[in-house]
Design a protein around this ligand. Structure first.
Ligand code: SF4
Ligand code: SF4
Length: 487
C-alpha cells in the first residue's frame, strides 16, 4: 500500500537557519571538527597531564561530559553524537588507504548485532576492572584505539561497517535513540515509489544544477537526468547514500541511523524529513530482529548492573561474594556479578515474553524508554556532579601546550543531593512510557479480548516494575561521583 504524503508532519529540516545548516553538505564536518580537537586535547592531556581523573581533560570529557550530553541530546533531540562523531573523520584516510587495499566483504556471519553486543559487554567489564574512569592514561589509549579501529575496519570493509556492526558507543546511541523524539522519514512515499535511483541508499552523482520540485511527479523527474536538490545542496560533486544501508521510505525506527543526513543531501527530490515523532512511537510499533532485541534487553539490564557497581551495597555484596566463593580475584567477582545481573535480567525478560505468549523480540522495544531512563538518570548524576570541571581543565591543558591563557576560577563543588528527585521523575516517566507501550502491544495481539489482554500485559508490567524498583533503589543510595571533584 502506498502511504499518503506526510508533508503536514513537523520537519526539523524546514526550520529556518537550523534546517538550512543541517542540509548544508559541510554541516557534519563543522560539527565534527570541535569534537576532534577536543579528542586530540584529551589524548594530549591523558598522556602528559596530571593523572588525577577530575583534573584531566581525558577522563572528564569522556566519562563525565560525553556520556551526560549524549543521553540529554538523545532524550531532547536525537542521536546528535553520531551526527557529529569525530571518528568519522577517519573516512578521508580510509578512502585513501582503500586505493591500495582491496575492500573485503564483512563476513556474513558477523553481519548482525552479536559482535557488537559482545564488545559492549566486554567494554562494561573493562570499564570496571581497569577503572577506566579513573585513569587519564588508559582513557587516552582508549580514544586512540577507537580511532584506529574505525580507520582499520572502514579501510578493510565497506564504509559504515564500523558504525553498524562494531562500535559499542554507536550501537548504544542507536538503542537509546529508540526513545528520542525525531526520526528520518520519507515526506511522500509516492515520490519514492517512482524514484529511479533510490539515491538516499545508493548515493548520487550530481550532473546538473536544476532544482527539483518538492512534490514533483515522475515525468518531471525523468526530465532531469540526475536532478539537483534544494538550494541548500547547490554544490557540485557527489552525494554519498546511507552508509548503514537504510532505505528512507522503509525506515521505521532509529536503529542504525547515525543522523549523518547523507540521505537528505542525496535525495534529488527533497523528499527526506527529519520528522518530530512521539518518543514512544518506536517502543509501541517496532518489532526488532532477534539480535537487536537481545541488544536492547542486555543494554537495559546492563544499565542497572553498571549503576549498581557505584553504590555501597555493591561493595558489601562483593565482599560477601568473595568470602562465599573463596576468591579475592576482582575479575572473577565482576564476571559473576555482571553475568548474573545481565543474564538473569535477560532470562526474566524472556520468561515474561513467553508468559505473554510471545517471543523476546515482540516486547523488547517496550524497554526502550526504560533503557533511556536508566542510563539517562545515571549519567545525569555524573554530569551534574562534574560539569563544571571541563572548561578549567581545557584551559590548563592548553596552557601546557604553550597558549598564554589566564586561569579560570576553580569550579565550586556541586551538591549531589538535589539530583535524586529528578532521577525519580525520570524513572516514573520511563516506567509510564514503557508500560503504555506494553499495553498497546498487548492490546493489538489480544484482538479486543480483555481477558487475553490482562494475561499478556501482566508479565510485562511485572518486569517493568522490577526494573523500576531496582533503578530507584540504586538511585536512592549514595553513588560514587566518578571523575568529579566529589570523588
Ligand atoms: S527518499 Fe528520495 S532518493 Fe530515497 S527513494 Fe525516496 S525519493 Fe528516492
Ligand atoms: S543516510 Fe542513513 S544513517 Fe544517515 S541520516 Fe539518512 S538514514 Fe540515517
Amino acid at each position: 500500500m502506498i502511504a499518503q504524503p506526510r508533508a503536514s508532519r513537523f520537519n526539523v529540516l524546514r526550520l529556518p537557519v537550523v534546517g538550512t545548516f543541517l542540509r548544508w553538505r559541510y554541516s557534519r564536518f563543522v560539527l565534527q571538527v570541535p569534537l576532534f580537537l577536543l579528542a586530540l586535547l584529551a589524548v594530549f592531556d591523558g598522556f602528559t597531564g596530571r593523572q588525577i581523573a577530575p583534573v584531566n581533560v581525558a577522563t572528564v570529557s569522556v566519562w563525565v561530559h560525553y556520556r551526560g550530553l549524549v543521553a540529554l541530546a538523545i532524550a531532547l533531540v536525537g542521536n546528535l553524537f553520531c551526527a557529529a562523531c569525530p571518528l568519522m573523520l577517519t573516512r578521508g584516510p580510509s578512502k585513501f588507504f582503500s586505493r591500495f587495499i582491496p575492500k573485503l566483504e564483512f563476513p556474513k556471519w558477523l553481519q548482525n548485532k552479536f559482535l557488537v553486543l559482545g564488545l559492549t559487554v566486554l567494554f562494561l567489564f573493562c570499564y570496571e576492572f581497569f577503572d577506566l574512569w579513573a585513569s587519564p592514561f588508559l582513557t587516552a589509549w582508549l580514544i586512540i584505539g577507537y580511532f584506529a579501529a574505525a580507520l582499520i575496519v572502514d579501510t578493510l570493509f565497506a564504509a559504515g561497517t564500523f558504525c553498524k556492526y562494531v562500535c559499542p558507543l554507536g550501537n548504544f546511541n542507536f538503542a537509546i535513540s529508540g526513545a528520542s523524539p525525531t526520526q528520518i522519514t520519507a515526506i511522500n512515499a509516492n515520490v519514492c515509489t517512482s524514484c529511479e535511483g533510490k539515491y538516499c541508499l545508493n548515493g548520487r552523482l550530481e550532473t546538473t544544477t536544476t532544482r527539483a520540485p518538492l512534490f514533483g511527479n515522475r515525468s518531471e523527474h525523468v526530465l532531469l537526468e540526475l536532478p539537483m536538490a534544494g538550494e541548500g545542496h547547490a554544490t557540485r560533486g557527489s552525494f554519498p547514500g546511507c552508509e548503514t544501508d537504510l532505505f528512507v521510505p522503509a525506515i521505521a525506527s532509529n536503529t542504525d541511523c547515525t543522523l549523518c543526513l547523507n540521505c537528505v543531501r542525496a535525495c534529488p527530490y527533497d523528499n527526506v524529513a527529519l520528522e518530530v515523532r512521539s518518543p514512544i512511537q518506536e517502543a509501541i510499533t517496532a518489532r526488532p530482529k532477534a539480535d537487536w532485541a537481545l541488544f536492547i534487553t542486555v543494554l537495559t539490564w546492563a544499565g542497572l548492573v553498571n549503576a549498581f557497581a557505584m553504590i555501597p551495597t555493591f561493595f558489601s555484596f562483593a565482599t560477601s561474594l568473595s568470602s562465599f566463593l573463596g576468591t579475592r580475584s576482582e575479575a572473577v567477582l565482576l564476571v559473576v556479578i555482571q553475568g548474573f545481573g545481565i543474564l538473569g535480567g535477560v532470562a526474566l525478560s524472556s520468561l515474561a515474553a513467553r508468559l505473554s505468549g510471545a517471543k523476546l523480540r515482540d516486547y523488547a522495544s517496550v524497554l526502550l524508554p526504560m533503557c533511556l531512563g536508566i542510563w539517562g538518570g545515571h549519567y545525569l548524576f555524573h554530569f551534574i556532579t562534574g560539569y563544571a570541571t571541563l572548561l578549567p581543565n581545557i584551559v590548563t591543558a592548553l596552557q601546557h601546550l604553550g597558549l598564554p591563557l589566564a586561569n579560570l576560577p576553580k569550579p565550586s563543588i556541586p551538591r549531589a543531593d538535589g539530583i535524586f528527585p529528578v532521577q525519580v521523575v525520570i524513572t516514573y516517566v520511563a516506567l509510564a512510557a514503557s508500560g503504555y507501550a506494553a499495553f498497546q502491544k498487548a492490546s493489538v495481539s489480544s484482538n479486543g479480548d480483555s481477558r487475553s489482554l490482562i494475561f499478556k500485559l501482566l508479565p510485562q508490567v511485572l518486569v517493568l516494575l522490577v526494573i523500576a524498583t531496582i533503578t530507584l533503589l540504586i538511585f536512592s543510595q549514595p553513588m560514587q561521583a566518578r571523575g568529579s571533584l566529589l570523588t
